[in-house]
Design a protein around this ligand. Structure first.
Ligand SMILES: Cc1cc2nc3c(=O)[nH]c(=O)nc-3n(C[C@H](O)[C@H](O)[C@H](O)COP(=O)(O)O)c2cc1C
Length: 205
């Protein structure tokens, strides 16, 4: 274990349950150095290769909220040793995550890669900025040529993170990953799309 996360998660109630079920002593022995939570090479590569993540925020009524955020691979960017961010696209205009983060900056991010069965949890302090607040920063985060209107940028100052084991994660692949693997095996599959478009009904077999 590392990355400061027990500071955020091992509350008295959590420790009491660990004690009850016999894991408290093991975890107490490995509680973390609170300074060890800079992103390393593996975290940076993982964050920057995502095409989605789950963002959890808290409403001022105390209820947690969870929402999906997606974009082209690489839309989630590492800006510093403890700073990451993304450009937030226009959606259904409920603005629940944005509203929550305006009142309570605590956020939790969940990043998962199904093919390699890796998952990364990140605790962060959020900051929501208008595009005009810092145009230079906005330019770093906006993905050119993507079919979405960017409404704001969201920054996360990392407070802690932790990798999970691969247990119980079913391997799944995106269309792009399947297509590229098929093309590697047989160049005739390059450019295939499922379901096939009208124009490509004569698929090679
Ligand atoms: C027309 C439209 C309808 C949508 N409807 C939903 C919906 O019913 N539920 C949902 O979770 N996301 C929906 N989305 C996607 C969300 O708008 C998008 O994920 C947005 O970022 C949600 O932000 P929020 O949950 O923080 O308010 C919709 C998007 C569009 C463009």
């Amino acid at each position: 274990m590392g990355q400061n996360f027990s500071t955020f998660t091992f509350t008295p109630s959590v420790k009491a349950v660990q004690a009850r079920f016999g894991s408290r002593n093991n975890y107490a022995a490995s509680e973390q150095d609170p300074d060890r939570y800079n992103l390393g090479e593996s975290e940076i590569a993982f964050i920057e290769s995502r095409d989605s993540f789950y963002l959890s925020t808290v409403g001022e009524n105390g209820w947690p909220y969870m929402q999906f955020r997606g974009g082209p691979q690489g839309f989630f960017k590492v800006l510093g040793e403890r700073l990451i961010g993304f450009a937030d696209f226009k959606g259904n205009r409920q603005y629940i995550s944005t509203g929550n983060m305006s009142a309570e900056k605590k956020a939790m991010l969940f990043l998962i890669d199904y093919p390699t069965r890796q998952r990364l949890k990140i605790w962060a302090t959020s900051e929501v900025n208008d595009l005009t607040d810092d145009p230079e920063l906005a330019a770093k985060l906006v993905v050119p040529d993507y079919r979405a209107k960017v409404e704001r940028v969201v920054l996360f100052k990392i407070e802690a993170f932790d990798w999970n084991c691969p247990a119980h994660i079913t391997q799944r692949y995106s269309l792009d990953e399947i297509e590229s693997e098929l093309a590697n095996r047989n160049p005739r599959f390059a450019g295939l799309r499922y379901p096939p478009s009208e124009a490509s009904h004569h698929r090679p077999v």
